[in-house]
Design a protein around this ligand. Sequence first.
Ligand SMILES: [Zn+2]
Ligand SMILES: [Zn+2]
Length: 360
Amino acid sequence: MRLKVIYLVVISSLLLAPFATADVRHEINIPDILGYKTLKCDFHIHTVFSDGTVWPTVRVDEAWREGLDAISITEHIERPHPHKEDIPINHNRSYEIALPRTKEKRILLIKGAENTRDTPPGHFNSIFLEDINPLDTEDLVDAIKAANNQGAFVFWNHPGWKPEHKGWFDIHTKLYENKWLHGIEVVNGKSYYPEAHEWCLEKNLTMLGASDAHEPIVGTEITPENHRPMTLVFAKEKSIKAIREALIAGRTVVWFENQLIGRPNYLRAIFMTAVQIHKPHHRQDDTIWFEVTNNSDIDIQMQRLGEDRPEKLTLLANAITIVKTKINGKAKRAELKYQLTNFLVAPDKGLQVNLIIRLR
Ligand SMILES: [Zn+2]
Ligand SMILES: [Zn+2]
């Protein structure tokens, strides 16, 4: 009898174990906009199949825990392969190993790879591939062409990685003019590249932000400042096909530390959807108090424009802020102009917004 009891206890704790561990998803709160789903994506990650230090399935688990919707594991096709004595080089293998886990974890996995050359030209990711082997070529141009033949979306990685070599070279013009280059990483890991941001604006290329993770992403608290850099993709639905369509159309914003980097229409739509301005709840002579709700994971930093004494305002993430301001006593509504200093529409240029407050 006693043995039976112990047996039952062991069985029940085994059954409970998967639910008791800290495998919990942290959902990212950045709203859907303009009729699109805002998908949280990281299209640049490594595993032990190139120079990373984790097994492919771990990348899927990490992505799920951090609230991502889609990832691409992009191993170096060429060097470095520090684990080649232990793990044979097989360009498609990390995708094949990770894929079954994505079904368990509701993550979209996009097949990709990184062509790795000295700068210039530098490193390039191709994603939405069917087979990575045709990208293993002598000449980089042949590899990028092979990727395009498979309908890939191709982007230039960390263009400011080696400052002594940075710049836009003839090879980039060649890829761009052939329409074989579709985007650039404006953010990679802990770096933001203002020149890449400018190139995306000038040449109408898609802006991307990625972790380029090589080490395990371990569980520190996720805050507005502390999270994996990622590309927000505005897609018609949560599917690989819809992500591809959105990337080709340039519908992205980069979330990097406590900054959003992207085109004004998308940044404005995020602000307008996340932020709600309430009617003043108190008034004394020509001063009003009103609440502003920020329903997003971004601390929105605002700088007043067109005033003698500019005031700074931070709308904390997922919180309500009370704003006190002077108004023209007879007006039916007040219009306050702000620059959002952490919504970057160009290097060092924040998005301008008008807050309209109804007074009656
Ligand atoms: Zn690289
Ligand atoms: Zn890389």
